[in-house]
Design a protein around this ligand. Structure first.
Ligand code: MG
Length: 158
Protein backbone atom coordinates (compact mmCIF):
# COMPACT_ATOMS: atom_id res chain seq x y z
CA UNK A 1 0.00 0.00 0.00
CA UNK A 2 1.30 3.42 -0.98
CA UNK A 3 -0.32 6.69 0.09
CA UNK A 4 0.46 10.17 -1.18
CA UNK A 5 -0.20 13.52 0.51
CA UNK A 6 0.41 17.13 -0.39
CA UNK A 7 1.13 20.04 1.94
CA UNK A 8 1.36 23.79 1.39
CA UNK A 9 2.51 26.54 3.71
CA UNK A 10 3.36 30.21 3.48
CA UNK A 11 4.71 32.73 5.97
CA UNK A 12 5.44 36.44 5.94
CA UNK A 13 9.00 37.66 6.33
CA UNK A 14 9.60 39.49 9.59
CA UNK A 15 12.74 41.38 10.60
CA UNK A 16 14.42 40.35 13.83
CA UNK A 17 13.62 36.63 13.75
CA UNK A 18 15.96 33.84 12.73
CA UNK A 19 15.14 32.16 9.41
CA UNK A 20 14.77 28.41 9.99
CA UNK A 21 13.89 26.12 7.08
CA UNK A 22 13.97 22.35 7.21
CA UNK A 23 15.56 22.61 10.64
CA UNK A 24 18.50 24.59 9.25
CA UNK A 25 19.25 28.20 10.29
CA UNK A 26 19.75 30.22 7.11
CA UNK A 27 21.53 33.58 7.38
CA UNK A 28 19.16 36.32 6.16
CA UNK A 29 17.97 39.82 7.01
CA UNK A 30 14.52 38.46 7.90
CA UNK A 31 12.99 35.40 9.51
CA UNK A 32 9.39 34.29 9.17
CA UNK A 33 6.42 35.45 11.23
CA UNK A 34 4.46 32.75 13.00
CA UNK A 35 3.24 31.32 16.28
CA UNK A 36 5.90 28.58 16.21
CA UNK A 37 9.42 29.01 14.80
CA UNK A 38 7.62 29.33 11.42
CA UNK A 39 9.69 26.63 9.66
CA UNK A 40 7.53 26.50 6.53
CA UNK A 41 9.25 23.38 5.15
CA UNK A 42 8.54 21.46 8.35
CA UNK A 43 4.94 22.71 8.29
CA UNK A 44 4.27 21.80 4.65
CA UNK A 45 5.86 18.38 5.12
CA UNK A 46 3.85 17.80 8.32
CA UNK A 47 0.66 18.49 6.38
CA UNK A 48 1.74 16.23 3.51
CA UNK A 49 2.42 13.35 5.93
CA UNK A 50 -0.87 13.86 7.78
CA UNK A 51 -2.75 14.20 4.50
CA UNK A 52 -1.30 10.98 3.10
CA UNK A 53 -2.56 9.13 6.17
CA UNK A 54 -5.93 10.86 6.17
CA UNK A 55 -4.99 12.04 9.65
CA UNK A 56 -6.18 15.64 9.47
CA UNK A 57 -3.89 18.65 9.30
CA UNK A 58 -1.28 20.60 11.21
CA UNK A 59 -3.77 23.18 12.49
CA UNK A 60 -5.85 20.48 14.18
CA UNK A 61 -2.84 18.78 15.73
CA UNK A 62 -0.98 21.93 16.81
CA UNK A 63 -3.53 24.77 17.17
CA UNK A 64 -1.88 28.20 16.99
CA UNK A 65 -4.14 29.28 19.87
CA UNK A 66 -2.31 26.80 22.13
CA UNK A 67 0.54 28.42 24.12
CA UNK A 68 2.37 25.04 24.06
CA UNK A 69 3.30 25.69 20.42
CA UNK A 70 4.43 29.29 20.91
CA UNK A 71 7.91 29.52 19.33
CA UNK A 72 7.82 25.71 19.13
CA UNK A 73 10.47 23.74 17.26
CA UNK A 74 8.54 22.78 14.13
CA UNK A 75 10.83 19.80 13.55
CA UNK A 76 9.42 18.44 16.82
CA UNK A 77 5.90 18.94 15.42
CA UNK A 78 6.94 17.11 12.25
CA UNK A 79 8.32 14.18 14.26
CA UNK A 80 5.10 14.05 16.32
CA UNK A 81 2.99 13.91 13.13
CA UNK A 82 5.19 11.12 11.76
CA UNK A 83 4.82 9.18 15.03
CA UNK A 84 1.05 9.56 14.72
CA UNK A 85 0.98 8.00 11.23
CA UNK A 86 3.46 5.34 12.32
CA UNK A 87 0.98 4.39 15.05
CA UNK A 88 -1.48 3.84 12.19
CA UNK A 89 0.88 1.38 10.49
CA UNK A 90 2.44 3.75 7.96
CA UNK A 91 5.90 5.25 7.57
CA UNK A 92 7.44 7.96 5.42
CA UNK A 93 9.13 6.44 2.38
CA UNK A 94 9.98 9.56 0.44
CA UNK A 95 9.23 13.28 0.26
CA UNK A 96 9.86 16.17 -2.10
CA UNK A 97 9.70 19.81 -1.02
CA UNK A 98 9.78 22.95 -3.17
CA UNK A 99 10.52 26.29 -1.51
CA UNK A 100 9.41 29.32 -3.51
CA UNK A 101 11.19 32.52 -2.53
CA UNK A 102 13.08 35.38 -4.15
CA UNK A 103 15.62 35.56 -1.30
CA UNK A 104 17.79 34.39 0.28
CA UNK A 105 19.49 32.04 -2.16
CA UNK A 106 18.86 28.61 -0.66
CA UNK A 107 20.99 26.44 -2.98
CA UNK A 108 23.93 26.20 -0.51
CA UNK A 109 21.57 24.90 2.23
CA UNK A 110 19.32 22.43 0.40
CA UNK A 111 21.36 19.28 1.04
CA UNK A 112 21.67 20.15 4.75
CA UNK A 113 17.90 20.65 4.96
CA UNK A 114 17.16 17.27 3.35
CA UNK A 115 19.69 15.59 5.64
CA UNK A 116 18.30 17.32 8.76
CA UNK A 117 14.74 16.33 7.89
CA UNK A 118 15.73 12.72 7.14
CA UNK A 119 17.73 12.45 10.36
CA UNK A 120 14.92 13.81 12.55
CA UNK A 121 12.33 11.56 10.88
CA UNK A 122 14.59 8.50 11.06
CA UNK A 123 14.37 7.81 7.33
CA UNK A 124 17.11 6.99 4.87
CA UNK A 125 19.33 9.93 4.03
CA UNK A 126 18.39 10.93 0.51
CA UNK A 127 14.73 10.03 0.98
CA UNK A 128 13.86 13.70 1.37
CA UNK A 129 14.53 16.13 -1.43
CA UNK A 130 14.43 19.90 -0.96
CA UNK A 131 14.66 22.29 -3.86
CA UNK A 132 14.19 26.02 -4.29
CA UNK A 133 12.98 28.36 -6.98
CA UNK A 134 11.91 31.97 -7.33
CA UNK A 135 8.47 33.19 -8.33
CA UNK A 136 9.91 35.17 -11.27
CA UNK A 137 9.17 38.41 -9.41
CA UNK A 138 5.42 37.84 -9.38
CA UNK A 139 2.92 38.29 -6.56
CA UNK A 140 3.60 38.38 -2.79
CA UNK A 141 6.62 36.14 -3.18
CA UNK A 142 7.97 38.26 -6.00
CA UNK A 143 7.62 41.38 -3.85
CA UNK A 144 9.57 39.65 -1.09
CA UNK A 145 6.68 39.74 1.39
CA UNK A 146 7.01 36.07 2.26
CA UNK A 147 7.77 32.61 1.00
CA UNK A 148 5.81 29.44 0.28
CA UNK A 149 6.55 25.72 0.37
CA UNK A 150 4.86 22.82 -1.38
CA UNK A 151 5.62 19.30 -0.14
CA UNK A 152 4.61 15.85 -1.31
CA UNK A 153 5.00 12.83 0.95
CA UNK A 154 4.79 9.13 0.10
CA UNK A 155 3.89 6.79 2.94
CA UNK A 156 4.18 3.03 2.88
CA UNK A 157 3.01 0.30 5.22
CA UNK A 158 5.52 -0.36 8.00
MG1 MG B 1 3.09 27.39 8.86
Amino acid sequence: MTRVGIGYDSHRFLAGRPLVLGGVAVPHTHGLAGHSDADAIAHALTDAILGAAGAGNIGQLFPDTDPRWKDADSMEMLVTAHELVRDRGLTLAQADCAVITEAPRLAPHLLAMGAALAARLGVESGAISVKAKTNEGMGFIGRGEGLAVIAVAVLEAR
